[in-house]
Design a protein around this ligand. Structure first.
Ligand code: ATP
Ligand code: MG
Ligand code: FE
Length: 334
């Protein structure tokens, strides 16, 4: 079983060849960050144009890195949604063209299912399991009783955690994307600025980060008005501590209330060193096995889409040529 996978949901153009859902033969990622930096965020039109320019080259490179031909493939998989519609369409059209030309089955994949299944490239998954999804657009606790079954037990009510990182970074005058900069700065902070934690209702697994984000903006603004400069490292540390405290505490409680064998970390914010360390400490002598993918599999990539597509291939859950980019694709109905 060899799957060519394509991912173009946001600002990475990526193609990968995956064998049997767990082995990476190639994973080529072309990031557009440099083009979006001066706008302080991803500009949809710029993203689509870059994908159009890159997609053919990236697919060719993934095929040649893997040393396979189109006739060797079992299927073509592509991110169907969520994401930017114009960006998604570039990948979807490329996948359809290859599927049609080489008479291959076509598989539409949910982007977040991809982030979750990135862990299958690291370790054999054992169900039931729980995933903490932390990315630029999502913050979710996803319970999977069995393979391919997604239940969102908690999610953010406002900002995604990556979004909060990027906005706080902007307030501190750091470049886009701000997550890695805040992460680095937080480690330099000697005294964390005290910031609130949004616990919500006692039994809720939901999250909220907009209050924290506003608290950071107010703190920086108030100090300025008093003619003082805040220490950015202390603000970064306070912000990061608040985020991690809430994420890890709620995740821990969920692993105690659901019969999970494994806890997976997924999404771009999984690259956060503070979060990785805190999860490792918290679960070091737990019955629950913690899996954290390497950084290259946390941020957007096509290998994770190939991993998620493998189950759909085995179950013959194929898409037809009506497949379209779907920004609102639902995870639980996958
Ligand atoms: P989604 O997956 O929800 O559609 P996305 O694909 O844009 O969103 P990802 O590419 O998975 O998001 O993750 C990007 C986010 O990860 C950005 O917000 C970025 O700031 C954040 N990020 C990356 N590295 C770190 C880090 N070390 N610490 C905190 N955040 C980080
Ligand atoms: Mg991205
Ligand atoms: Fe993503």
């Amino acid at each position: 079983e060899l799957i060519l996978a394509i991912e173009t949901s946001c600002d990475e153009t990526s193609a990968a060849v995956i064998e049997k859902g767990d082995t990476i033969l190639s994973n080529v990622v072309s990031s557009q960050i440099e083009s979006h930096k001066r706008f302080g965020g991803v500009v949809p039109e710029v993203a689509s144009r870059h994908h159009v320019e890159q997609i053919t080259l990236i697919i060719e490179e993934a095929m040649s890195d893997a040393n396979v031909g189109f006739e060797d493939l079992s299927a073509v998989a592509v991110t169907e949604g969520p994401g930017l519609v114009g960006a998604l369409l570039v990948g979807v059209h490329a996948a359809k063209a290859i599927a049609f030309a080489h008479q291959l089955p076509l598989i539409g994949v949910h982007h977040i299912a991809g982030h979750i299944y990135a862990n299958q490239l690291v370790k054999e998954l054992q169900y039931p399991l729980l995933t903490l999804v932390v990315s630029g657009g999502h913050t979710e606790l996803v319970y999977m009783e069995s393979e391919g079954q997604f239940e969102i037990i908690g999610e953010t009510r406002d900002d995604a955690v990556g979004e909060a990182y990027d906005k706080v970074a902007r307030t501190l005058g750091l470049p886009y994307p701000g997550g890695p900069h805040i992460d680095r700065l937080a480690a330099e902070g000697e005294r964390a600025v005290e910031l609130p934690r949004a616990w919500l209702e006692p039994d809720s697994y939901d999250f909220s980060f907009s209050g924290l984000k506003s608290a950071v903006i107010n703190t920086v603004h108030n100090e300025k008005q008093k003619g003082r400069e805040v220490n950015p490292a202390n603000v970064a540390r306070g912000f990061q501590e608040s985020v991690i405290d809430v994420l890890v505490t709620k995740t821990k409680r969920a692993t105690e209330n659901y019969p999970v064998k494994q806890l997976l970390l997924a999404g771009g914010v999984a690259a956060n060193s503070g979060l990785r360390n805190e999860l490792e400490t918290t679960f070091s002598d737990s019955e629950v096995e913690l899996i954290i993918p390497p950084l290259s599999l946390c941020t957007d990539n096509a290998a994770m889409i190939g991993a998620a597509a493998s189950l759909k291939f085995r179950r013959q859950q194929f898409s037809d040529y009506a497949l379209n980019g779907n920004p609102g694709l639902d995870l639980e109905s996958q």
